[in-house]
Design a protein around this ligand. Sequence first.
Ligand code: ADP
Length: 689
Amino acid sequence: MKRKNLSEEQKEYQALLQSVTDYVIAVNRNYQIIMANDLFINKLGARSEGFCYKAWKNRDDKCDDCLVEKSFRDGRVHQNEEAIVLKDGRIAQMLIKSTPVKDDQGKIVYVLEAATDITEKKRLQQELKSVKGNLEKIIDARLNHLQKSEEKYRTIFERSRDALILTDSNGKIMEINRAGVEILGYRNKEDLLDLTSVKELFKDPEEFYQFQKQAFGEGVVTEFEVRLVGGKSRSFDALITSNVILDLIGRIIGYVIIIRDITKRKKAQQQIEMRNTRLAILNAISMTISNSLDLNEVLNSTIDKIRELLESDSVRIYLLDGKRNVLNLAAHKGLSSEFISKSHIRHREVGAGFLGQAVLACETRVVDNIEAFEDSYAVLMVMECVDSTAFIRVVSNGQPLWVMVVSSYSGFKFSANYVDFLTAIGNQIGVAVDNANLYENLKRAYQKLKEAQEQVIRTEKLASLGKLAATVAHEINNPLAAVLTYTRLMMKLMSRGRFTQERLEDIARYLTIMESETARCGEIVKNLLAFSRQPKITMETSSIEELIEKTLVLISHDLEMKNIQLVKEIEPDLPKIKCSSRHIQQALLNLLSNASEAMTEGGTLTVTAKRSKSDGFVEAVISDTGCGISEEDLKNIFEPFFTTKEEGRGVGLGLSVVHGIITRHNGSIEIESKPDEGSTFKVRLPTVR
Ligand code: ADP
């Protein structure tokens, strides 16, 4: 390197230049490098000698925008950024500054060109720039998003039909939406923001503490039902949902409170509940009244149900006597006997007083302040301490039928709803009353029919008795004639003096005949009495098996005499029957005697007892292998006095007595018979349940 004579100062200066991290050269007016520091020499190499433009840019002549020239010209510092190719081929971005160096006279001696490698700085700047650019974009996007979200939330906030409230941690309202102002019944938002705390919105402070406790403890409150009080002291039922708002370190900074006015919902719910209760009541009443057809029972049970379910204090029901134009008290409950004993309470002319007018009015009338009316009948009600009374007219088939009077003593006033409901109950009972009336008519018609039937039976019985008298006369006449004949004969014999042995034998024979004829008369009379009296049956629980056994004892001797074989088939553990044992025994005896009589030359008598195929009955069957009955005779077999037996052996009352007894026990009797083969009598009797 070519060195000039340097002053001391210059030497110092050069030493200083060596120590800096910049590339430094000193250039004279001819652009020749007169000095270069080591860094410059090392990094730019041979270019440190010669012209500065060669050194920096490897050019052969001066740069267009030469800094050295500028500094020489105006004596100032100039700078420029240049890309410089270093010795190792790396391109460095340099900030080159030209600083004029002057001598003592102020003359510019040379210009120092110092270049700082700003490649890294530039790169960083570039990077920073791009990061900054990205960051800005991100921030922009975020801001945009936030703005949109905020708009969205604001819209939701404002459009919500529920009240949305944001409070600080002390419960002071910070923000509330339009619906909130409306729901809470305030004129403007500011009034709500002025409240010290949401606590002021709670009707019962205790409810607020509960709400606060839950919000504080659990961080969330869902569907908390409270009564709130808003502007103009309007109170209403509300559902509150709330969430706490936390900051980054989990401290409560406020609450979001959502309030829903549930007044309408509650009202609807109450209405549904009321409707359900009423339906249940109507149902209960219709169940009660459909269980009976007895008018009295229907009315009384209805009154009971109304009082029980509707908490009404007294109920009266009047039936209209359309012919006399009078309402008659048919049923009542809850009124003093003194009140009820009054004749105008028991009966009321149509049109007289509220009650009498109720029949004519189309609508149910409610009287709350009865003392205010100039109604002579009202005095009684005032004395009875009646507070509110509903007069309900009930119509059936378009005709007023009766009036129901429901009273309360407790200050309870009948609402329009309540009255509608009472009217519905009234109509329901109207139907029942109609049915009960129909039933009453039916009952009367049935009673008449029964009386007519009894009359026919009596007449028939008389006819039977006439027939009986003739038969009896005939039946009794023969034995009596025999008795008379033999009596006369004996008297004649006696008038002839002493009796010979032969005569005595005759007399004994006559007496035997007389005895048997008299006994026959006795038998006829006994059967006749059994038929005509038909004494009242007294029922007891008996075993059919026992009754059969007892009856068979009576006839066993007879069976033995006639060489009849007895077969018994009794099912074990037969259910008991409810009967008059004496009568059933009589019926069985008649059947067994007939069977025995049918087997004149011996045979088999089969007696069986078993459960009947039809439920709740036992069956006793008596079969014989006797003469049987012709088809023709079978038709008349139960007719009184029908007999095929020769005179003196049968009177034809046995089977008609059997039939009477069995039917009066609600049983039945059937016959199967074939001439010369035998007969089977099947008796069915109901068992005890
Ligand atoms: P009576 O025995 O006095 O004739 P009943 O009323 O008991 O009166 O019987 C009426 C008639 O029915 C009898 O005369 C007889 O002809 C017929 N009869 C009843 N039971 C039998 C029987 N087991 N076998 C055949 N005929 C019978």
